[in-house]
Each structure stands twice: as C-alpha cells, then as structure tokens.
Design a protein around this ligand. Structure first.
Ligand code: FES
Ligand SMILES: [Fe+2]
Length: 398
C-alpha cells in the first residue's frame, strides 16, 4: 500500500518546495498510461459514482432498451411494464455471455442470451432456462440479471454500479439546483458527434477545465468568449460538504449571442434565461466524465469513456428547446460545426500531451494562474488514490 507521502508524489514531486496541499506542480506521467491505474480508476471512479449514460426519451416505451460500455463492463437499460427504468449488468447468469448485443432497440418483450437461450424479463428475472429443471442447487429466482442503480435528472439517465452509497441527489443535488430553473428535461437531441481520442480520459478533463490554451488553440472560440472572461465558481472538494463538480462560466464579447460560427443565433433561447445568462456560457465537469455546457440556445454534453489508458471515446451531444427543433428549417450546424472544430483542436493537443506523458524525461510541470480547476481536479484524483489502500503504487516515481 502506498503511504500518503508515496501516493502524493504523483502530484507533488519532492523538491517542489511547496506544501503538498497546494502544490503547483502538474502530475507525473504514470497516471496517464499505466493500465493498473486505469483499472483502479474504473473501479473507484466509474463503477462507484453516478454516471450520466443517456436520455430518458431513448427509453420512452415498454421494452425500449440501450446498452452502454463502461470500461470493461457492459450495461443494459430498459423500461419495464410498469414504466420503471431498470438497469442491469449485460451479463448472462449461466456462463457469463453478453446477453444483448444491439446498441439499442424498441419494444423488447424479454432478453434472450445468444449462447444457450436463457431468457430474462424486463425486470431482469430469469424466465427461461432450458434443461435446468432438477439441477442441484438451482433456483431460477437466484439467477436474475444483476441489477444496477438507475436515477433521473433533467431528462438524463444516470447509473451507479455500486449497490450502496449516496443517491444521485446527494452526489449532484447542489449542481442540479443551479440549473433547475431551466427546463433541461424538455430539451431534445439535435445532433451528436462521436470521437476516439488517443489520450487518457483525465487529459480530456484537464483540457476542458482551463481556457489558458484558448488563445493559441481556439481562435474562433476566443473571438466570441475571450479566455480571460468569466469566472470559476465551483471546485471538487472532499472535505466538508463533498462537491462532485467544478466549473464556471465565460462571457460573450461585444454583442455575440451564442457559440455559433457567426456568434449570433436566430433560434429560440432556452426558456428561463435571464439577461445575465444570455451573456454567458456555463461550463461544468461532473465527476468523473460528463461535461455540461449550457449556452443561451442549446445545451452541449460531452461524455468521455475510457477505452484504454491512452484512448478515450468522446460523445458530444447537442440539446435544443423543442420549439427550435420543430421550427421549419432547423439547422444546428452553425453550433455543431463550430464545436466540431473546437473539439478537434482540443483532441490534437490532448494527443500531444499523451505522447509527452510517456517520455522518460517527464517529471511533472508547473501550473499557471489560469489552471486552478485543472490543479483542483488533479488534486481531487490524487487524494482518492491516497485514500484507498488498494490504489496502485507507481513503479516509477518522479
Ligand atoms: S451463457 Fe447465456 S445461456 Fe449460456
Ligand atoms: Fe479547448
């Protein structure tokens, strides 16, 4: 087990000359490429926290379903006959086969394993198991799909693979309170982009958490919302009331109205926007892997799903008020196109960082005064390593 001092070396290399609690050194590279670190992070961060995995309207009717890959786990979400959302490990209880192979579907009556045809109803109960009658120690009711916790907010579906622990409101309630004044649940999907980025998931979170890079990397973003505009107003925190989100807002220059190619929009605004909101874009990270970015006329969501220590699938979704989507000629390409350009600029620099993290010369760098939330995220993560005796000890120290 690493001592706190050993674990802390990841973020606070010796010789930095600053107190461990407020180090201004960036992390050692190992946390970005070590498979053991990712294995531990999946267990600790992705399988024990609430994750935003989809939209309730993807599961509108009885038997509608989606599957999702979360690290090495596949999960299955569906709506049962009483209208209740249900979530399960997508794992046959016979010999462990993945039960549902499709990404989504509608109106399923049951889920039938492709191997030996054990079948499960929409509540996860095992309802068919050929040649199992009379088998010793076998009772169908003991072999339902393993359930996972499912909850909803803002029209989004959230899951937690840990059976016990804080409910969704305890984890994100204070974040939800900030946005309950908007009808987030009524927004509808208007576009979606999927990327595979050759970078560790944390590099993508770090990139989203600062705009220090915006002038050199994103001229079109910086034109609309200059990098020094706005403020951070939330940070991750372990102690006192635990805080699982971080972020703030940026402000439009001149009379710009939204993050679109022109900076202007004729779409209806998200209802509930005040004059102050209309001059801002709100950007938050919901730990560990959801980015929530509310613009005057749309909500943008990023989900980052680790595929390997150096590869992350990023899903980027755009939600608009229904009256915008239903208007004749609805065309979100001014927003989605701009963000596609910004995303690709980000992935390029994230991939360059990933390469650097494997360098034998890398010993951690030094944060600027524009990277408060990157530092906060890195400290939050490293504090989690410290707290868990099973966290991997880095074989290569700084
Ligand atoms: S593994 Fe599913 S029925 Fe055999
Ligand atoms: Fe960026």
């Amino acid at each position: 087990m690493p001592s706190p001092a050993e674990a802390g070396r990841l973020l606070h290399p010796p010789g930095g000359g600053v107190p461990a609690a407020r180090s201004t050194r960036t992390p050692d590279g190992q946390i970005y490429w070590d498979p053991e670190v990712l294995r531990w992070e999946l267990e600790q961060f992705f399988y024990r926290n609430w994750l935003c995995v989809g939209r309730e309207d993807e599961l509108a009717g009885t038997g509608d379903f989606v599957t999702r890959q979360i690290g090495r786990e596949s999960i299955l979400l569906t709506r049962d006959g009483t209208g209740t959302l249900r979530g399960f490990y997508n794992l046959c209880r016979h010999r462990g086969t993945r039960v549902e192979l499709e990404a989504s579907g509608q109106g399923a009556k049951s889920f039938i394993c492709p191997y030996h045809a054990w079948s499960y109803d929409l509540t996860g109960r095992l309802i068919g198991a050929p040649h199992m009658k009379g088998q010793t120690d076998f009772d169908r009711k003991d072999y339902g799909l393993h359930p996972i916790r499912v909850a909803g907010w803002g029209g989004f579906v959230w899951v937690n693979l840990e059976p016990a622990g804080p409910d969704l409101a305890a984890s994100f309630g204070s974040f939800f309170e900030r946005f309950d004044r908007f009808p987030i649940g009524a927004l509808r999907l208007g576009g979606r982009q999927v990327y595979e980025v050759e970078a560790n998931w944390k590099i993508i979170v770090e990139n989203f958490s600062e705009c220090y890079h915006c002038a050199p990397v994103h001229p079109s973003l910086n034109r609309l919302t200059p990098y020094l505009s706005g403020d951070n107003d939330a940070a991750f925190r372990h102690d006192g009331p635990r805080s699982m989100f971080s972020g703030g807002f940026m402000e439009f220059a001149q009379d710009f109205q939204s993050m679109t190619r022109s900076g202007y929009t004729s779409r209806p605004r998200v209802p509930g926007m005040t004059a102050e909101d209309l001059k801002r874009v709100y950007y938050y990270v919901l730990f560990p892997n959801t980015f929530f970015s509310l613009h005057p006329d749309y909500l943008m969501i990023h989900h980052g799903w680790p595929i390997s220590p150096s590869r992350t699938r990023v899903e980027n979704e755009f939600y608009f008020p229904p009256e915008a989507i239903d208007a004749p000629g609805f065309d979100p390409s001014d927003a989605i196109g701009l963000w596609d350009e910004i995303n690709r600029q980000d992935w390029t620099v994230c991939e360059l960082v990933q390469e650097g993290m494997a360098s034998r010369a890398w010993r951690g760098g030094h944060f600027s005064d524009q990277e408060e939330l990157v530092q906060n995220f890195d400290e939050f993560v490293v504090d989690e390593y410290r707290r868990d005796p099973s966290a991997p000890r880095p074989p290569r120290g700084p």
